[in-house]
Design a binder for this molecule. Sequence first.
Ligand code: CA
Length: 469
Amino acid sequence: MKMNRVLLIAILYLLMVIPEMQAQNNEQKPNFVIILADDLGYGDLGYTGSTQIRTPNIDALAAEGVVFDQGYVSAPVCGPSRAGLMTGRNQVTFGFDNNPIVDLPQFDNNFVGIPVEINTIANRLGELGYVNGLIGKWHLGDAAHFHPLKRGFHEVWTYPHGGHHYFKSEPEGKGYLSPIECNYKTPEPITYITDDKGDECVDFIRRHKDEQFFLYASFNAPHTPLQATEEDLKLYSHIEDKNRRTYCAMVHRLDVNVGRIVSELKEHDLYDNTVIVFLSDNGGPVSGKNPWTINAPLRGSKGILLEGGIRVPFTMTWPKGIEAGAAYDKLVSALDITPTFVALAGGDIPAKEKMDGVNIFPFINGDNAGEPHPDMKWRFTISASIREADWKLVRLPDRLPMLYNLKNDIAEQNDVADQHRERVVRMLKTLGDWDVSCPQVLYLEGNPWRRNQIDLYDKEYQLVQPEVN
Ligand code: CA
């Protein structure tokens, strides 16, 4: 009898204490924001050395957090890069090698997306009690089963394709004129889409300020079409080339809206305990006679595996957990974001899910002095690449493998494969073993896209910033 009373008191005590403990735990969990730029040139931000474009808000995020000097994405174009970002797995391990454009008739739209059995970051954070919002570009499949609301997001303001007109959409519009789809309100007509996305991000934060949230702010800026407001164009009226002038204005407007997101977090005292990652989904496109993006000091472009295609501006800011002004110079990948966020939210990812990304937080804060990635590998349609320490090998179908030492040749100008044949053979074998371990691609882009890549490897690139103006 006495024992039963003790037990009863103990149970009552636990019933009182457990909810309070859970509330305290919840209080300590950070919010998460990914701010993704689209096709941003590596050298087109203040903090990455631009002499022309001013980005005070993005620079402030970099100054208040950690800058990844060697931050990579897993593909040099939008769709596969985002598939990696959203899953923490290298997308070629589930056949998502290409942009989701089915221009070859034998491929079925029902397979063009992240396979439904693979968890997304939103699935994982949702299970940990987070409310998840996607504002902007998705580009991870059109079929109903690939819709972001089926992939873990609770709220969306989105369109399915790879880009969007900046000033308008049409009710029956296709492609870049697609209507905006939103599940929490009737979308207003587009004013300037970068501002509209900023509005929705601010609104999301305001409505969910008392919950744990994950906001995926998926800007299409500064992806084509090159369209800016008259007001912003005036800021760069001194730049003669119209495409470059418009692009600068677009990056400026992106920066303004990054500032609005940060201000809203500060307004609700959420900034200190929000992990904000800023990055681009791939490098700046460098094509035609007068390219408008600058990846300096990197060589290459969107669409290829030279550094200019895959090394991106990449920062992580979390005042409560990461020292301001830090730089981290070891290899880091966009694939690391999912496992890092899940770990910081108190979750676990079972080993059988075979993540390629790792929780980088212990590396950033100094608890782990090792390397998050002893090597890093890429496969993109006709090309493949492997990075080991300072060495990078690139494999193409029409020439011998190329080897660069990035420590003293960040612009990959000196192919030293001839002088390091044993290393080349070893790296080629490691890359080949991985390559054949990946499944067959689920679908392919047409030949023109693949041919275009070869031409981009042979192009001349601007490796230094222009003089001011
Ligand atoms: Ca892109």
